[in-house]
Design a protein. Structure first.
Length: 263
């Protein structure tokens, strides 16, 4: 038979081109909406939209619309109508106090986020790697509202040590705040402060997840479970996709894993 070949080039969409949204909810709506294409959305989406007429009026949709009539932006608008996105409280973030430390990670004093970041002072952070039962790593995409490295991929959960809390307390808090989970954590290794870590001393933790993640959409943009070998290839091929601190942590983690496997 005659066969014609074609080459399709796919380029990534600009992450800021589309409005902020809950990707998990968006995909559920689209799948449900297209599950029976002859039916109107008001029938198919009853479980998600209590008052379809109000939603249609607010979003300027045809009340009798079917799935194929909505643009991607309109689908996102519908998802945000159901579950409005929440921006982080910027005033609370700006008032956050971090322990400023010396080159040996000894606390000297406390200072606000803007002073610490603006002057590249030594401070503390935690990174947590969460794996599922398939041994896949949960990667989070940082929120577009982050003051550093917005929309880049990062550890499952990560954040600063605040106030007088210690590393372990910060790790437990960040895990609950960002992913809505509380699992036992193994303290693995420490990464020294450097320009690549943003002058953060980082303790790296690992946890095993047997349930579901409940991501806080005001803390992160999206997330996905990825095989470690895929993370390896991705970080080598496109390191610019990742927060620099994560790259340091992941490299240190993989070195540790190789060393342990040799024992």
């Amino acid at each position: 038979p005659d066969v014609d070949s074609a080459l399709v080039r796919i380029t990534p969409r600009d992450a800021l081109e589309l409005p902020e949204r809950d990707d998990e909810l968006l995909m559920k709506l689209i799948r449900c909406g297209f599950s029976q294409r002859r039916k109107q959305l008001q029938r198919l989406l009853r479980a998600y939209v209590a008052d379809w007429n109000d939603a249609a009026s607010n979003l300027d949709l045809n009340p009798k619309a079917r799935a194929e009539e909505l643009s991607l932006v309109q689908w996102i608008g519908l998802a945000n109508y159901i579950a409005p996105t929440i921006r982080p409280e910027t005033h609370a973030i700006k008032d956050e106090q971090f322990p400023v430390v010396d080159e040996m990670d000894r606390v000297l004093r406390y200072a606000g986020r803007s002073e610490v970041h603006g002057n590249n002072l030594y401070h503390r952070a935690v990174h947590i790697l969460i794996f599922n039962d398939a041994a896949e790593l949960y990667l989070q995409q940082r929120s577009r509202w982050k003051d550093r490295h917005p929309l880049l991929w990062d550890s499952s959960a990560a954040g600063h040590v605040s106030g007088a809390e210690n590393y372990d307390e910060a790790a437990k808090r960040e895990l609950q705040e960002e992913l809505g989970i509380n699992v036992p954590l193994e303290k693995l290794l420490k990464v020294s402060a450097s320009p690549q870590t943003g002058q953060e001393f980082i303790w790296l933790y690992r946890g095993q997840l047997h349930g579901n993640i409940r991501p806080n959409r005001s803390e992160l943009e999206s997330g996905a479970f990825v095989a470690p070998t895929v993370v390896d290839g991705w970080t080598v091929a496109r390191p610019e996709n990742f927060a620099p601190g994560f790259l340091q942590c992941w490299q240190a983690y993989r070195r540790r894993e190789r060393a342990v496997n040799l024992i």
